[in-house]
Design a protein. Structure first.
Length: 483
């Protein structure tokens, strides 16, 4: 847009809020698309035999076979392996006759998709990372076990409480796609938003910007001191929505995000989307993006940011642990909900994206599904939750687990951001309903090209709407809608 208000534009254009008002008159929403079929992952192969279940007891409510092997494959990412290895030790102590095979990899899909196709998947998988298997496809092809027995089992700490009654709000619902079955256990509780150094912000004599005019002013201050306003994972630009999506929700209301998730016609043409795309594009146009960012991966961009080369970065709360070796001790890491456009936004400042993250699944053809669920039940105990929070600087799905723990700066800031948000928490589902659409098309082909200056916001919106329309009409994939 080149400027942030109609007054500054003069006769050359309209301001962001005018853009929203004018576009709203066009009536850009219509009826949602409907589709029920799914495809992609094959379920061929001879498969493997199921282990006999064990006797259900108070200490073994899921009926785990005490001598059966249990295989656990973890995504080797920002949270590391130690928290999971510690939980495995508890499983081995509880079932001393069992053998546990634990491994970690960053190549989840290329490693495990063939095993799904052959019918020989492991018993528990942390399905995360750049090579995450498409969750919507797995659900649509009936390749996941229903985790309801886990959620209805007595919690590890208190036999009088079900596991589901110990979890943070929204965790159960996130694991559901259609109806009552629960397909996914999101273990981490992630705060998404704009991450920054409070020390760096203080050095500019600035406060975190609540309106886009203020954001531009802060970025200009940073630029004058030789610091870029923003950087991001240029090779994985689907990180950009971690702050962009909740900004769209703040500006236009949660119904805009729901329409996008529902693949409704013209959902991406909503004026709030256009305003937010124009705002982000302004960062590129005014030179506020760290030079070379489109060529950086997540680690490289986070390192540059931690070194003070850029002020802001869109990310999730795993960044504190993932970048622990490069964040200076006096960095004073902080996170904020995204900046909005102005006071006329539909939702208040503080509106944030926070939801379950790190999705754990038990394959339908797992040889020892009860063992996989029991490992999750152990991980959802207070002790394992505290261990995770202490070691990886992130909250878990367990509703508590912070008593007696000295919270790190990022975690402290995340808790404060959640408190400020109150009920104004949004939860876009695109990234788990339509993984390929979100990452490869909206992220890389859409936002990545726009933020690198190779496409305008208008061109990007048209392209992304086309991708969404294709997905809505694709009868080979299963479609989901907000209930």
């Amino acid at each position: 847009m080149g400027s942030t208000s109609a007054a500054n534009h003069g006769s050359e254009g309209v301001g962001r809020r005018d853009l929203i008002k004018r576009s709203a008159a066009l009536g850009l929403f219509s009826v949602p698309a409907v589709g029920f079929l799914s495809a992609c992952a094959s379920s061929g192969g001879g498969g493997q035999s199921k282990d006999k279940t064990g006797k259900k007891t108070a200490k073994n409510p899921l009926g785990v076979n005490e001598t059966a092997k249990m295989e656990f494959v973890l995504f080797d990412g920002g949270f590391g392996k130690e928290y999971a290895q510690d939980a495995v030790k508890i499983y081995e102590k509880d079932f001393p006759k069992a053998t546990v095979k634990f491994s970690a990899t960053q190549k989840i899909q290329s490693t495990l998709q063939p095993r799904f196709n052959q019918g020989t998947p492991p018993d528990l998988i942390d399905n995360s990372g750049a090579e995450q298997m498409d969750m919507g496809v797995l659900v649509g092809k009936n390749q996941l076990a229903d985790l309801t027995p886990l959620f209805d089992a007595p919690s590890y700490d208190d036999p009088n409480k079900k596991v589901r009654d110990t979890l943070r709000p929204g965790i159960v619902e996130m694991g559901q796609f259609d109806g009552n079955p629960i397909w996914i256990m999101y273990y981490a509780y992630t705060v998404y938003g704009v991450w920054y150094s409070q020390k760096a912000l203080d050095s500019l004599g600035a406060e975190y910007p609540q309106t886009w005019d203020q954001m531009i002013a802060v970025c200009e201050k940073a630029k004058k001191k030789g610091m870029a306003g923003w950087t991001y994972a240029g090779k994985y630009p689907y990180y950009i929505p971690f702050s962009l999506y909740p900004m769209i929700g703040k500006v236009g209301g949660v119904e805009v995000l729901n329409a996008i998730d529902n693949l409704e016609p013209n959902a991406w043409k909503h004026p709030a989307v256009k305003a937010c795309f124009e705002a982000y594009y302004e960062l590129y146009k005014k030179g506020y993006i760290l030079q070379g960012t489109p060529g950086l991966d997540h680690i490289q961009s986070q390192t540059a940011w931690a070194q003070g080369k850029a002020l802001f970065i869109p990310n999730g709360s795993w960044v504190e642990n993932e970048s622990a070796n490069v964040i200076p001790s006096d960095f004073n890491l902080a996170v904020s909900a995204p900046t909005g456009i102005d006071k006329n936004d539909k939702m208040p400042f503080g509106t944030i994206w926070a939801s379950g993250g790190e999705p754990f699944i038990v394959p339908a053809k797992a040889a020892n599904a009860p063992g996989g669920m029991e490992q999750l039940r152990i991980m959802l105990s207070e002790a394992s939750s505290k261990n995770f929070t202490s070691k990886v600087k992130s909250l878990t799905a367990y509703n508590g687990g912070t008593d007696g723990i000295t919270l790190t700066p990022g975690l402290t800031s995340g808790v404060a951001a959640l408190k400020l948000a109150g009920s104004n928490v949004v939860n876009p589902r695109m990234q788990d309903w339509y993984v390929q659409l979100q990452k490869e098309k909206i992220g890389v082909a859409g936002l990545g090209e726009m933020m690198a200056g190779r496409a305008t916001p208008a061109e990007t919106i048209k392209k992304i709407q086309g991708f969404a329309d294709e997905a809505a009409k694709d009868t080979t994939i299963k479609h989901y809608k907000h209930q």
